[in-house]
Write a protein that binds this ligand. Structure first.
Ligand SMILES: C[S@@+](CC[C@H](N)C(=O)[O-])C[C@H]1O[C@@H](n2cnc3c(N)ncnc32)[C@H](O)[C@@H]1O
Length: 278
């Protein structure tokens, strides 16, 4: 069977798990042949000789198993990252968090020191390291598998000298007192929330933030407020603006603002703390 006909045949099996079934089959074929999309389109009348392997991958994908875990990569901020099971797949809306951070960091003179809480695959820290010349990042996670993957992504993008990875529950392993900014996309879903099928293969410790969902976010806000760190930028759940806004009002905050994602859901915030020691 030709590549073109193979795509048509196997798209049928994926139409209930994705709105781009043909595109996903092409990606799987490209993965098996180690070829890019342009090559596939130029050669789509070639015989496809790996149908058995493709069938296995398509069947796996048809159970809602994420495409990114199958092909072991995901794109973020226009760059390609390694992903693997046990570590959260980066989401496009998190790019907004990075954009907000860059807006602030680009105006700081000298070396910028940043902490990332919950680095996962490392995408946030790696992009910051790629875009800000003089930066030192301490990237934290409680998941060893995530830290290992994040380190590999840092090497892949040649920024491993700018990022130090530490196994740490929140700030537990951070003793530095010259941090300008903390950035975090922490788990923020309520523990009893029933996840959609396409998320059930991702690690629960990257998703669930407590009985209500915002507990870890509040811990991060609180822990940052008692340190001499000027900025805190976090992603959050679409329904957490009100409780977090109220919580922020009880703290030593100079200014804060919330932002929305591409679908106009409330998705995160920037806090500027009153500088205590500077
Ligand atoms: C939503 S994922 C974000 C991953 C990545 N930063 C991203 O945006 O794609 C949250 C990450 O926080 C980590 N995490 C959860 N609880 C933590 C804690 N108490 N301290 C540090 N990291 C934590 C999880 O292991 C997970 O990697």
């Amino acid at each position: 069977m030709t590549i073109k006909d193979t795509v048509r045949k196997y798209s049928q099996k994926l139409k209930y798990v994705t709105h781009i079934p043909a595109k996903e089959v092409e990606i799987l074929i490209g993965f098996l042949l180690d070829k890019n999309n342009i090559w596939l389109h130029l050669n789509n009348n070639n015989e496809f000789e790996k149908e058995k392997e493709l069938e296995k991958l398509v069947n796996k994908r048809a159970t809602n198993y994420p495409l990114e875990y199958i092909i072991r990569k995901a794109s973020f901020y226009g760059e390609s990252f390694i992903v693997k099971e046990g570590v959260l797949i980066p989401r496009p809306e998190t790019e907004l968090l990075v954009e907000n951070a860059i807006e602030i960091l680009k105006d700081i003179n000298g070396t910028v020191n940043v902490v990332e809480i919950g680095t996962g695959s490392g995408v946030i820290s790696v992009i910051l390291a790629l875009l800000i010349d003089d930066i030192k990042i301490i990237a934290l996670d409680i998941n060893e598998k995530a830290l290992e993957l994040a380190y590999h992504n840092a090497i892949k993008h040649k920024v491993e000298d700018k990022i130090e990875f530490r196994l740490s529950n929140l700030y537990e392993k951070v003793t530095e007192d010259d941090i300008h900014m903390t950035i975090s996309n922490p788990p923020y879903i309520a523990n009893d929330y029933k996840l959609p099928d396409n998320v059930k293969y991702e690690p629960s410790n990257a998703l669930f933030g407590g009985a209500i969902g915002d507990e870890l976010l509040k811990d991060i806000i609180k822990e940052t407020s008692i340190r001499d760190i000027e900025y805190l930028l976090c992603e959050m759940g679409y329904d957490q603006k009100k409780p977090l806004g109220e919580y922020l009002k009880t703290l030593n905050v100079k200014d804060y603002s919330f932002y929305q994602d591409y679908e106009k859901f409330d998705r995160g915030f920037t806090v500027k703390f009153k500088n205590k020691n500077k």
